[in-house]
Design a protein around this ligand. Sequence first.
Ligand code: DON
Length: 328
Amino acid sequence: MWSVSEWVSNGHLPTAEVVQELVAEAHLRFAPVLDGQVADYIPALAAAHSGHFGLCVSTCGGALFEAGEARESFSIQSISKPFLFALICQAIGEEEAREKLGVNSTGLPFNSVLAVERSGEGLSNPMVNAGAIAATSLAPGASSEEKWAFIQDGFSRFAGRRLEIDERVFDSELATNRRNAGLATLLSDHDRIWWDPDEATELYTRQCSLSVTAADLAVMAATLANGGRQPVTGEQVIEAIHCQHVLAVMVTAGLYETSGDWLYATGLPGKSGVAGGMITVAPGKGGLATYSPPLDEAGNSVRGQLTARFLSERLGLNLFASRAEGSR
Ligand code: DON
């Protein structure tokens, strides 16, 4: 059984004025960047505005600092994965979750089939599609409706408000996600899925279609930074111990095959989604969320990555940064 030590390696954020200034500066700096392509393999996502760019920082005390389109809605997509994993760890325990899903990075794209085949046991990790579909299948409930109620309720508690599906995105992905259905079938061949594969795929697609804003994602990320306590509502959504395990998997696999580059640049756990959202978690300090639809080749928001790198440096968030004793 794991537990959180009395001593944790957290510092604190600069003053509110400095955080707001830097959030505004990040928006000014990166809004003109035009690199990247809006995802179109889910037809409904192709309609996104490539120029829209919002960001929000939530402190662990629940203060929000925003710039740009921080209140514009978009589908959560793969940013659902860490929150689902958190809820599953809470439901079945972190050891059982690790044994059933795996926690090692694949170094492969998010929808890789090889990710399932390579371990020989069908194990991947809950940040890639295969592991996330397997995690979805573990949601408590005797029917898909009960499982969905568990997922929607859990995500809503992270956000501090009722989250609803973007039906247009859901229908569009459900009609086109043959690859995810194939991954679920493959998992079933390895006995690595614990619900009907087609229904698990549908539940996974549903959770990816939950509509959020950067402001929602910032407080959701801040909940993971805050020992599982939602900073605005004060609700203990998951036990503190689960946060460190979720963040560990995010560090190694949150940006798929570019997770190493991400960690080198930010020194923080992060997670991206193909609708253009991205979260970065600074344990003990807060959460950053960005929304900007143009993506790089690996499916990660271009402006989101630039913003996370800039704010990690300027807000002093990098978990690996230190100064020599006596030089402060
Ligand atoms: O499974 C899919 O293809 C999408 N619902 C989610 C993929 C995704 O967001 C990948 N992330 N960058």
